[in-house]
Design a protein around this ligand. Structure first.
Ligand code: PRX
Length: 637
């Protein structure tokens, strides 16, 4: 059975797009009618971008897990919901059918209840890529708790900041996680984070790596023991909590241009409706297809396209615990062959790193099951696009280049596989319901084609960010005040002569390193915490594999003392404060930074130097001390 709202041709798309712009409420009400509601909504949309205040499906009641699970039990109970491929190819993979996933989610929802978790509570999830991670997320959603998944690569300090911000009293974690050749000691990191977070009442620990861990009496319990308690209670089903359409489903922290990551809040209904709509249409998912999204669930891509949208659509989601290059660079292709993957969705950085191994890891691998390829997270360079198309898709698979953000919840601009045209390096056309505009520095709309500007969205879509947790003003300031009347994405964008969109990268102080979003201010704050550092400035520079690398200019109290050691110490400090993903690739010690007379750092100049573009630094006459620029140029690393 195809999906009732699946777009099947270019003219379908054009019609749907027109309808979605002319009567957005009618359009989305029509899509939302295909979901399971406990009570239908009274009004489709109320909105105001000035506050901002956006409500979709006002007074509708639902539980997203009934859409992800219960709804499929009659027709597809034995169909795989999740296929789990472990890190080690020698270990057996696991398959959870819809029936089994339903059972496990109900069981764990009871565990949460037994441990005091209630509707509205915040639950932090810090786990590796094991099937119990989606089980934990869905169980939270079933009881109405708000989950906040934290990527396994973040440090104890980053976790503590997030726990504190969300006032999360419950944590679900693992003893450790396998990633390639490494065992990551997750519970130990949680213990370090909890030293300063006394408000945490309960830590539930799943056994995965058998790494020794300390279990604190009265606070820490084993997942397996808690499940046994539910078994002795007779495994009662858990009646899904009735949630308002606008009740938060999850918080996901992401970096912005200020120092502190912000907790992006998504709603229950709007997120469900829009993410599922995009999943079915962008990937042209057909019932029975195996969809392999290689992202980590710690990022929004994993939330949306490994868990929620695909389960709402009754699809089969393949999740992988490991990394693309272990035990060798053929791991993805082995997985595609073994599980007959139909749709592969990955990041340009992964494609570039696999390209570097040449084509020998692909030789002899049967990739004929593939129908659709996708990319996300950063602009894809044409060379990587062509390699993906030719060597992985064998020239037969459309590539969808999906542009979106943590804040948008799901794909906003993308071609639809085989339905709308693709163009290398271009996200191409907006999905129905999305009204992109380009604005100039003053916020004036730039009309016409073959133009560049800052990318904004004019009208709300169902999965737009609702707030930043605990600080609504911040949400307003970050996204809705730069260009009043619009949601501002932070991205620069080019619209070509045919109206196709090409994302050119961030125009704010946010870096995109291997598809991970990192604020320069966050890295600077971490560097500045190191003893002996007076000041620092961090910028991005083009990096062959990572897309962008991190370049730090640092002023030390004592410039000439043991710089090599200090450099290593600085890297260690950043790893401790944020995590290994934020370690600078280059550290240059400088005696001064280029500043304007008002004390503002001229990052434009530092960016040029980091890029190696030393000849054309633009006007430096407004600098307080133009001479520092020469010094920095001479000392470039
Ligand atoms: O700069 C854009 C880039 O990633 C940013 C969003 O990062 P994050 O919230 O971590 O979400 C990533 C996964 C959805 C955007 O502001 N970006 C994302 N997708 C693309 C992209 N840049 C170019 N092309 C894309 N397809």
């Amino acid at each position: 059975m195809a999906f009732p709202f699946q777009i099947k041709s270019l003219s379908d798309y054009q019609q749907a797009y027109k309808h979605s712009v002319e009567s957005p409420e009618k359009f989305w009400a029509g899509i939302a009618a295909h979901f399971k509601w406990k009570k239908k909504w009274d009004k489709t949309l109320e909105w105001n971008f000035d506050q901002p205040d956006v409500k979709w499906f006002v007074n509708g009641k639902l539980n997203i897990t009934e859409n992800c699970l219960d709804r499929h039990l009659r027709m597809s109970c034995d169909q795989p919901a999740i296929i789990w491929e472990p890190n080690d190819p020698e270990e057996h993979h696991r398959v959870l059918t819809y029936n089994e996933l339903f059972f496990k989610v109900n069981q764990f929802a009871n565990v949460l209840k037994n441990n005091g978790v209630k509707k509205g509570d915040r639950v932090c999830i810090y786990m590796g890529m094991v099937p119990e991670l989606p089980v934990a997320m869905l169980a939270c959603a079933r009881v109405g708790a708000i989950h906040s998944v934290i990527f396994g690569g973040f440090s104890a300090q980053s976790i503590a900041d997030r726990l504190f911000d969300a006032q999360a009293e419950f944590i679900i974690t693992c003893d450790g996680a396998y990633r390639g050749a490494k065992d990551i000691p997750l519970k130990n990191t949680i213990d370090d984070a909890l030293v300063g977070c006394r408000f945490v009442k309960r830590v539930i620990v799943l056994t995965r790596t058998h790494t020794p861990v300390s279990m604190i009496k009265g606070r820490d319990v084993w997942w397996e023991d808690e499940i046994k308690k539910v078994e002795t209670q007779g495994n009662p089903p858990y009646a899904a909590e009735e949630m308002d359409a606008e009740d938060p489903l999850f918080i996901l922290y992401t970096s912005g241009s200020t120092g502190k990551p912000k907790g992006v809040v998504h709603s229950s209904a709007g997120y469900m409706v829009y993410s599922t709509y995009t999943f079915v249409n962008v990937f042209q998912y057909e019932p029975g297809d195996v969809h392999f999204c290689t992202a980590d669930i710690g990022w929004v891509t994993g939330h949306t396209y490994i868990v929620y949208s695909i389960l709402c659509a009754g699809g089969t989601s393949l999740m992988f615990e490991g990394v693309p290059t272990w035990p060798d660079a053929g791991r993805f292709w082995d997985i595609v062959e073994k599980h007959k993957v139909n749709i592969l969705y990955t990041a340009p950085t992964a494609i570039r790193s696999l390209m570097a191994y040449g084509t020998s890891p692909i030789v002899g691998k049967d990739l004929s099951s593939l129908k659709v390829l996708g990319t996300v997270g950063e602009p894809i360079n044409e060379e990587a696009w062509r390699w993906y198309h030719e060597h992985i898709g064998k020239g037969n698979c459309p590539i969808v280049d999906t542009w979106w953000q943590t804040e948008t919840g799901a794909t906003m601009i993308s071609n639809m596989a085989g339905v709308t045209p693709a163009k290398a390096g271009y996200a191409t056309l907006p999905l129905p319901g999305i009204q992109p505009v380009l604005v100039d520095e003053k916020g004036v709309e730039i009309e016409g084609n073959d133009v560049s500007g800052n990318l904004c969205i004019r009208f709300p879509w169902p999965s737009i960010i609702r707030t930043t947790y605990g600080d609504h003003e911040r949400c307003k300031l970050n996204y809705f005040t730069t260009y009043p009347g619009y949601y501002f994405t932070g991205d620069g964008c080019y619209r070509d002569e045919n109206g196709f969109y090409r994302i050119t990268g961030r125009v704010d102080d946010v870096l995109n390193v291997s598809g991970h979003r990192i604020g320069t201010a966050e890295v600077e704050n971490a560097i500045n915490m190191h003893t002996g550092v007076l000041e620092s400035a961090v910028v991005g520079f083009p990096h062959d594999l990572k897309g962008q690398g991190i370049y730090a200019f640092v002023i030390l109290e004592k410039m000439h003392e043991n710089q090599d050691q200090t450099r290593l110490d600085l890297l260690q400090t950043v790893t401790r404060i944020i995590g290994p993903i934020a370690r600078p690739d280059k550290v240059q010690f400088v005696t001064g930074l280029p500043k304007t007379r008002s004390g503002k750092i001229m990052r434009r100049i530092l960016r040029k130097i980091a890029e190696g573009d030393l000849s054309n630094l633009g006007d430096i006459s407004t600098l307080l001390e133009p001479m520092v620029v020469e010094d920095i140029k001479n000392g470039k690393v």
